[in-house]
Ligand binder design. Structure first.
Ligand SMILES: C[S@@+](CC[C@H](N)C(=O)[O-])C[C@H]1O[C@@H](n2cnc3c(N)ncnc32)[C@H](O)[C@@H]1O
Length: 254
């Protein structure tokens, strides 16, 4: 859709454009809230069914790429009902902390139920729009699963996520793509299966190359792998070290 800007949201924008974009953004977010409210009651079954039972192993693989240690703090953008929380907890232990961020209140309520049921003490939920991401603390890793292409201004969301990372912290994005390989006949099927979970006229299977480019610009050692008929990708990169000079200035290095 043409309303999505690939640059920073307000670059070269004038009054009317900004107002129009703000209205589109609000409408888009209302749609996100409506869609996930509708699916909240059975959300946990969706990734498991779509990925033919491989969902857990892909989540585990994403966590491995975060390179976490016990006691780390992790932000999950688009945590939904908390399907990934058990895997993150395995890596960081009770002494670590998870911040689960999502826009959908309905899904966050489900996440809250899961946390209470499991008696997990180290998970904090935040209802926030990812491109407005703002936390008071730095994190050791940021994870986002099947969410980033859905975020209205994903460039801003990725930038803010990287800003929150400690030096050498990792950002990991797991999401869907289309394939140009042998299995390309599956592309329309994948799009069709995603349709109920995205606003009308949108797709969550898009922008993967742009997202990788944004990551390459902001992080070092960005790597990408794909699996599930080349329809799912895992992209990860490491925050560039900031050198603190004697006079207190922080300089980003490559
Ligand atoms: C397809 S679901 C994926 C959820 C979860 N990560 C998982 O792996 O099952 C997309 C999630 O992104 C959230 N989302 C979409 N746009 C968002 C935004 N702008 N800010 C925060 N969360 C958003 C939705 O509420 C939903 O929970």
């Amino acid at each position: 859709m043409s309303h999505r800007c690939s640059g920073s949201l307000f670059d070269n924008w004038k009054g009317d454009d900004i107002i129009e974009n703000k209205m589109k953004r609000e409408k888009y977010l209302k749609e996100i809230e409506r869609i996930y409210k509708r699916w909240a009651f059975c959300y946990d079954l969706i990734p498991r069914t779509y990925l033919l039972g491989r969902d857990a192993s892909y989540r585990r693989r994403a966590i491995q790429r975060l390179n976490l240690k016990r006691g780390d703090r992790v932000l999950e953008i688009g945590c939904a009902t908390g399907l990934t929380f058990p895997f993150i907890r395995e890596a960081i232990g009770e002494e670590g902390e998870i911040i689960g961020l999502d826009y959908s209140k309905a899904l966050l309520r489900k996440a809250e139920e899961r946390i209470k049921k499991k008696n997990w003490k180290n998970i904090r939920l935040v209802q926030q729009e990812a491109s407005q991401l703002s936390l008071n603390e730095e994190v050791d890793g940021v994870l986002s699963i099947y969410t980033m292409p859905l975020v209205y201004d994903y460039r801003e969301a990725i930038k803010r996520a990287v800003d929150l990372l400690k030096d050498n912290g990792r950002l990991v994005i797991l999401s869907s793509k289309h394939t140009s390989g042998f299995f390309r006949f599956l592309n329309p099927l994948a799009s069709l299966a995603n349709r109920p979970f995205v606003p009308r006229g949108e797709s969550s299977i898009k922008s993967w190359e742009e997202i990788w480019e944004i990551m390459r610009g902001l992080l070092r050692e960005v790597k990408i792998e794909s699996f599930f008929f080349d329809l799912i990708y895992l992209a990860w990169g490491t925050k560039k070290m900031r050198i603190v000079a004697n006079f207190g200035t922080r300089i980003n290095t490559n």
